[in-house]
Design a protein around this ligand. Structure first.
Ligand SMILES: [Zn+2]
Length: 137
């Protein structure tokens, strides 16, 4: 899970998805890394810090946007990204700002792997809350 903060309305051209518009606020992106979660996260971190690099995934276009900051990340070992995405989607105060974002190859029926997070939902996204929700699935 990557936690993003969008400062002011951001218009971003995201590869094949085209131009999208995000309102100011907090967002969470759910991705996966089959081999090394550390190297995937540090690649995201590097793009966010330097605002430059090769853009491959939808999320890369957000990370390199000047109005968007990567404010944190949580990793869950042995967990499918779609399971986490569906936990998030079920929370009150969480919405999908851009249909299919980050989910073009998703076969689990997620609406997207990017979520806008309202203030009320923020606390429910703590690692311990996610682990608890996984246990109930
Ligand atoms: Zn999915």
């Amino acid at each position: 899970m990557l936690h993003l903060k969008v400062k002011g309305k951001a218009t971003v051209r995201v590869g094949a998805l085209g131009e999208i518009s995000l309102a100011a606020g907090n967002y969470v992106y759910v991705g996966s890394a089959r081999k090394s979660i550390e190297s995937r996260v540090s690649r995201h971190r590097r793009l966010a810090d330097t605002k430059t690099g090769k853009l491959h995934w939808h999320i890369d276009y957000l990370l390199t946007h000047p109005k968007i900051t990567l404010i944190g990340q949580d990793a869950y070992a042995g967990c499918r990204e779609c399971a986490v995405a569906q936990i998030l989607a079920s929370l009150k105060g969480v919405s999908i700002p851009v249909p299919r974002f980050g989910a073009s190859d998703c076969r689990a029926g997620c609406g997207a792997h990017l979520f806008q997070v309202g203030k009320t939902a923020k606390r429910k996204m703590s690692p311990s809350a996610i682990q608890k929700a996984r246990g109930r699935m």
